[in-house]
Each structure stands twice: as C-alpha cells, then as structure tokens.
Design a protein around this ligand. Structure first.
Ligand code: DAH
Length: 344
C-alpha cells in the first residue's frame, strides 16, 4: 500500500509538471484528491489493516495528500497570477486617449425663437393649442370664411394662397389665425391661447419673403376684455423679448377678423429710432398685427359678442428672429448652411 501511495504521488507530481493552466490543476485535483479520487480509494482500504498498519499507512496517506495539496496550491497561485496578468494586459485601456468626436446638433433658430416666444406668453397665462386645432392643411372655411374674410378678398387668390388638389376648398394655410376658430369652437370663454406654426404663401422668394414661414397666433376672449388689455399684454411681451422697455407704437390698420385693428411697431433696434436702412429711415419696425376680435367672428363660433369680447394678434417668427439677431435675409433660415446655423 505504501508503494501504491508513493506511485500515486509520483504520477500526480508528473501530471502537475505538465499542467499549464488553472483548469489543468482542477482536473488533477479531481483525479487524485476528490471523493472519487485515487487517494480516497486507498483510504477506503485502511479499514482492513491492523491498527499498527492503519496508523503508519494512514499518516503516510495524510502526509502525501497534504504535500500534493500544497503543490497544487502553489501551482494554482502561479497560474492565477499569470492568467490575471495576461487578462489585464489584453484588456488594458488607455484612459488618456482622446474620445471619438461626435458633433452635437442643436435647435434651429426658428425653433428656439418659437420656444422663447411661447414661454413668454405662457408666463402671461396663455396656453398652446393642441396640434389638431392648428393644422397646416386647412379648409377655406377655417382659413378665411370663419375669419370674416370676404369671398372676393384678394388674399384668397391663387396668386397668394396655395390651393391643394385634395378638394376644391382645401388650402395650405396662409395664416395661423384659423387656430383661433378651432380654439373657440364648442368652448366657453375664458379662452387664452397661442398657436405657433408654419404658414404658406405663393410669394416670389427674396431676402424678405419666403413661400413658407412661421407665425404665432394669440387669442384672449373673456368678459370685459378691452384694447387696454391688448396693449398691456403686447407691450409686456415686447419688453421681455427685446429686453428693457423699448418704445412701441400702435398704428391703426385693418384685418377682416378684428375691429378695431392695429399694427404694432417697435423702435428700430439697429438705430434706436434715428432712422437707418433696416427701418427704411422711419425709426420704427413693424412686428405684428392685432385687434379686438370682430363680433362676426365671435358669433360664428357661438360666442355672444354682447357678453364677451376679446383680442387677437399674429406675428411672424422669422421677422422677430431677424430683428433680434440682426439677420438680413430670410432665406438663411431655410438654406441649411451650417455656418449660419452654428451661430445659434
Ligand atoms: N393673420 C394676420 C396675417 O397673417 C396677422 C394677424 C393680424 C393676426 C391681426 C391676428 C390679428 O390675430 O388680430 O397677416
């Protein structure tokens, strides 16, 4: 039995010599030291020996087992370190390498100007109408009829308005004012809304005009709304948008859907009112149209003009952005030239 034990140890030592990885070591451990391993088989035979032999062989078996365990452990440690180093080497990261450059996009100046105007009106108590109430493809009914625009009004001419082939009376909206009608239909005042969006006009394109642009429409209907409220809200908007109180001027004007109507000018931001090229020497820049909602419009949507009154306004977003950022050509917004867009 003694030789048997010594032989097993010799074989194990040889196997260990050939081992080259942690998994080889696990295999050797299984072969010799596990419950079904070769040493255990020998230990099972101890019970048949005399007490004296049992002691001698038993302690020899224990000693050899311990020797083998130690040898396995030191080999294991050696391989563990080696394999770990190899792994670390392979997975080494150079944290000082520069990252991959990914250009980050940003909001288009029309979007950011729209957001800015919207948030100013939100602080003044207006909320934005939902998209369904502000469609870009409209019927003449919402774009003109309900806004009190006469059937023979020149704005309805195909020269000014894009008619679609969807149906005879379906147009690309020429103004956001139709959103007023959608916002009032079937609702009771108070109604205090704004509606930004794209509008289309059959224009010859030049530095000042494009065949589509953006507007923001505003509407406030309640009991006792006066022209004073209109002036107060718009002056406050202009003060916030252009910065510290800039003089404004309300000029009387005409729109079919408001009575009285006004065009609002702000003192020229280029020349502070002295007169320059931007303001054609007048010292003033027109920025929006507004007025008290015409009683016919209120009646059309079932709101009694003897009980309620309201004001409305509409402004061009490109125009407001051009004035604020001193941009002299509307086409820059739509040409996708990143040298221009990157400045915002
Ligand atoms: N829709 C007008 C335009 O496109 C702008 C406008 C003027 C809107 C007066 C209004 C308003 O709501 O009251 O020129």
């Amino acid at each position: 039995m003694k030789t048997q034990l010594e032989n097993i140890y010799k074989n194990a030592a040889q196997d260990l010599e050939k081992a080259s990885s942690i998994s080889d070591i696990e295999e050797i451990r299984g072969k010799y030291l596990s419950r079904k391993g070769e040493f255990n088989e020998i230990k099972k035979g101890l019970k048949d020996l005399s007490d004296a032999d049992k002691r001698i062989i038993g302690s020899l078996a224990n000693e050899i087992t311990r020797k083998l365990e130690d040898a396995l452990k030191s080999k294991y440690d050696e391989f563990y370190k080696k394999e770990l180093n190899e792994k670390l080497e392979k997975e080494k990261l150079d944290v000082t390498l520069p990252g991959k450059f990914t250009p980050v996009g940003h909001t288009h100046p029309i979007t950011s100007t729209t957001n800015e105007i919207v948030s100013i009106f939100q602080t003044l108590g207006f909320s934005v109408v939902s998209d369904e109430l502000s469609p870009e493809v409209e019927t003449e009914y919402y774009n003109f009829d309900m806004l009190n625009v006469p059937k023979d009004h020149p704005a309805r001419d195909v020269q000014d308005t894009f008619y679609t082939k969807l149906a005879k009376n379906v147009v690309l909206r020429s103004q956001t004012s139709g959103a007023q009608i959608h916002a009032m239909e079937g609702k009771n005042p108070p109604i205090r809304v704004i509606s930004p969006g794209r509008v289309y006009r059959n224009e010859n394109i030049n530095a000042r005009k494009n065949n589509f642009f953006h507007q923001i429409e505003g509407l406030y209907v309640d009991k006792g709304i006066t022209f004073g409220d209109l002036k107060g809200v718009l002056n406050e908007f202009i003060r916030i948008y252009f910065g510290a109180s800039r003089p404004t001027r309300f000029r009387s004007s005409f729109f079919p859907f408001t009575e009285p109507s006004a065009e609002v000018d702000v003192q020229c931001i280029m020349c502070e009112g002295k007169g320059c090229r931007t303001c054609s020497g007048t010292g003033w820049l027109e920025i929006l149209g507004a007025g008290m909602v015409d009683p016919n419009v209120l009646r059309g949507v079932g709101i009694d003009p003897d009980v309620y009154s309201g004001f409305a306004f509409g402004m061009g977003i490109e125009r407001l952005a051009m004035l604020k950022y001193a941009i002299d050509d509307i086409r820059l917004f739509f040409n996708d030239d990143v040298r221009f867009l990157e400045q915002f």
